[in-house]
Design a protein around this ligand. Structure first.
Ligand code: FMN
Length: 735
């Protein structure tokens, strides 16, 4: 809801809000320029003194005004000709033209009304309203992204466009809300929608009827210092009944021209003071520095507009085009999708198609926007969701469980959950299982028990389709062929071979960084930005299914590196190990934020065996800030598979690696990483006390052995691995 509130006004009002912001930013310069240029009155100068000086140079004086910048302007009638000038208060002499700056006037007309009078004013007011909605909904989104209002300035992650958008937003949102809200107030005031709140000045009961009392002796003017003065209107020449009208910061009064006495006075009402403050906050007139700050802030609007549009476009690209997606309010079937990499959307589209062919109405949407009130006619809800990390929700399902939890009662439409996962992960389809469990706990009636699809298997999907068809009493043939991800050609630059002697051929393969489009760079997609621990999906020849390898380099390294071990009968690993420099593979990038080293100075304990060294080596290579890193590495024999052996020595000498412990599993006394870890228990415990993050990469058996050793090390400290995991301080990349 908040996101929709942010997205649509943003896209619709992009041009209008940009014009408002840029013209506002340009206008913000004028109050400061005027203030710097204005001849200021000397301290203690009175309005009587000023009036005497100006009247001496301009006998037919009609009015003197002081702008909030301090600029004094006078208007007079000289021999029937009107005149005006900016005045030096010290001498009363003319120092410049009183005509407004033409550029300022042009900008003001553009900013207020697009040169279109009332219609233009209303359009610009709509722009200001859009800006206010954007600023407020944006603030809520910033708080959501940073983990709450109290973490407003927390570090941001993710692609450059998204970070830039939020970085600017968190600085600008307050100023933009202020400018937009004050603009709306001023428009309402222009259209007389607000009371003016002024007190009526009492008509002077007794005017003396005399004229020409000397200005310098008028007490009502002598007591008013110039810096609080705003306007003095002179009586009409020859009219003995007319009076002086004086306005100051405190109010307005009438002065007898024959006696110099104050005839009546009216204080500024609190309402008038509020209106003036709002005017000042919007225009910077009287608060030039604040005006400049607000102007600078307004300059962020076009950048946020452009980055916001890019974010929106990138989000749309992640989903397939769903033709004939029925509106939520009219759909019998609601398909909710939990996807990170996009493939589950393809399955959802196939399912939607098949249901529509069977005469059903179908609405497909991300799980994150789940709200049963949006689909009152739904007869069934079909959830298709992937799982990431250790049973975590994929991107388009974030927040689903909270939304379900907050429902006062279970939805009436029956539910079927289909999990998409990979059996090689320990938490196979764990998020789908959690959804199913939460639904049952809520009392949500199910149409089918939960089922799973392993590695995007078309057969698994078709089987579930048949079961769904039976439950619906209609034949449902789901024939889905997963689309190949957009892949790049990666050319091998070099390879380093290991492990032949221990019957485990393994290679460190280094590829040239592929060309990255400007679009990818701006949106942080693909190979534009990645780091060690992210995944490289390789599409082997003869298979549509990608195989994933942990990256042993980051984009800053300028190359793409992975470590591959040959598996007996393995299609992909066989092709990879046969690759010669100059040859290429088809590959794409998949982010894996669950296995990143993170910023900060806390120590890292990196534990890996065999090819598991890959992402850990990449992390050490990237450790330019010399964060303490302890690597525990298991190999079969140092003469055959000491992967990155020379690099580790060099990185240790450079301070990128603080300590290296190795475990050798072949030989008289087999030694595994968990043994090395136990041998280093005091050091490991000390690092954990200092807030260390533990990262484990390698085979499942090794990870289990490491987990047991760590439990033993943690227990005396009153800690458990679950506690560290929940704080993101114990992360695994296990295969
Ligand atoms: C980084 C990463 C982590 C994953 N973690 C799990 C997991 O813990 N359990 C699981 O069953 N599948 C896991 N998978 C497999 C995905 O859930 C599966 O490939 C799914 O079909 C992807 O759907 P999507 O492309 O719509 O995101 C993981 C995949 C990746 C790339």
């Amino acid at each position: 809801m908040i996101r929709a509130l942010h997205r649509w006004p943003g896209l619709l009002a992009l041009v209008l809000v940009t014009v408002l912001a840029l013209s506002g930013a340009a206008l913000s310069v004028f109050p400061m320029a005027e203030r710097l240029a204005a001849s200021q009155a000397v301290a203690g100068q009175s309005v009587a003194d000023l009036a005497v000086r100006v009247a001496a140079t301009h006998p037919g004086l009609e009015e003197i005004r002081r702008a909030p910048s301090g600029t004094i302007t006078a208007w007079w009638f000289d021999g029937g000709t009107p005149g005006s000038a900016v005045i030096d208060p010290a001498t009363g002499a003319d120092v410049g033209s009183a005509d407004p700056n033409p550029l300022e006037r042009w900008l003001t007309n553009l900013h207020r009304s697009l040169f279109l009078d009332d219609a233009g004013r209303l359009v610009m007011a709509a722009g200001a309203a859009a800006m206010l909605v954007l600023a407020l909904s944006g603030a809520a989104l910033v708080a959501r992204r940073t983990g709450g209002w109290r973490h407003w300035f927390a570090r941001l992650r993710g692609p450059l466009t998204g970070r830039l958008h939020v970085e600017l937003a968190r600085v600008a949102v307050l100023g933009l809300s202020l400018s937009a809200a004050t603009a709306l107030w001023m428009t309402a005031s222009t259209f007389d929608l607000l009371p003016d709140g002024a007190q009526r000045l009492a008509d002077p009961a007794a005017v003396s009827g005399q004229m020409a009392f000397p200005l310098e002796r008028m007490a009502a003017l002598r007591d008013v210092p110039v810096h609080t003065f705003r306007k003095l209107s002179f009586p009409y020449a020859g009219d003995a009944q007319d009076v002086f009208t004086l306005s100051t910061d405190a109010g307005t009064g009438l002065i007898d021209q024959g006696t110099g006495e104050l005839l009546s006075w009216s204080d500024l009402t609190p309402w008038q003071q509020l209106s003036e403050t709002i005017y000042m906050l919007h225009t910077g007139q009287g608060a030039a520095v604040l005006g400049l700050i607000l102007g600078l802030i307004a300059l962020s609007v076009p950048v946020m507009g452009a980055t916001g549009a890019l974010i929106w476009a990138a989000g749309r690209r992640g989903r397939p085009r769903l033709r004939d997606n029925a509106p939520a309010g009219r759909a019998q079937n609601v398909i909710l999708v939990g996807s990170e990499g996009g493939s589950t959307w393809g399955f959802a589209a196939t399912l939607a198609h098949a249901l529509k062919d069977g005469g059903q109405t179908v609405h497909v949407a991300p799980m994150s926007g789940f709200d049963p009130a949006h689909h009152p006619l739904a007869e069934r809800v079909l959830i298709l969701t992937a799982t990431y990390g250790e049973g975590d929700a994929p991107a388009s399902a974030k927040g689903f469980l909270d939304r379900l939890d907050r429902l006062p009662k279970a939805p009436t439409a029956a539910l079927a959950v289909l999990g998409f996962g990979d059996r090689s992960f320990p938490a196979f389809c764990a998020f789908a299982a959690e959804v199913e469990q939460a639904a049952r706990a809520k009392g949500w009636a199910t149409l089918l028990p939960m089922d799973t699809v392993d590695r995007q298997s078309p057969q698994d999907f078709a089987r579930w389709g048949r079961a769904l068809g039976e439950a619906l009493g209609m034949p449902l043939a789901l024939d889905h062929q997963p689309a190949r991800p957009d892949a790049h050609s990666l050319r091998l630059i070099s390879r380093r071979d290991y492990g032949a002697e221990v019957q485990a051929p393994t290679a460190i393969l280094r590829f040239a960084l592929p060309k990255v489009s400007l679009w990818a760079r701006l949106t942080g997609q693909g190979f534009a930005r990645f780091q060690a621990g992210d995944l490289l999906g390789i599409l082997p020849e003869g298979s549509a299914l990608p195989r994933f390898y942990s990256l042993a380099s980051g984009s800053d390294d300028g190359f793409v590196e992975i470590v591959v071990k040959k598996h007996t009968g393995g299609l992909c690993s066989g092709q990879m190990l046969a690759l010669e420099p100059g040859e290429a593979v088809q590959a794409f990038l998949r982010r894996n934020p669950g296995f990143h080293a993170g910023q900060g100075r806390a120590p890292l304990i990196l534990i890996g065996a065999g090819t598991g060294i890959g992402p850990l080596a990449g992390i050490i290579r990237a450790n330019a800030r010399r964060r303490p890193v302890h690597l525990v590495f298991g190999m079969r024999h140092p003469d055959s598979d000491f992967l990155y052996g020379d690099d580790l020595a060099a990185w240790q000498a450079e301070g990128r690696l603080t300590r290296l412990s190795t475990a050798i599993s072949r030989g008289a006394r087999p030694h595994y990483v968990q043994d090395a870890l136990r041998a280093e228990a005091p050091l490991v415990a000390q690092a954990i006390r200092q807030g260390a993050r533990i990262m484990v990469c390698g085979g499942r058996d090794m990870a289990q052995g490491v987990a047991r050793a760590l439990e033993d090390i943690l227990a005396p400290m009153g800690l458990t691995s679950a506690m560290l995991k929940s704080g993101g301080r114990y992360i695994e990349d296990v295969y």
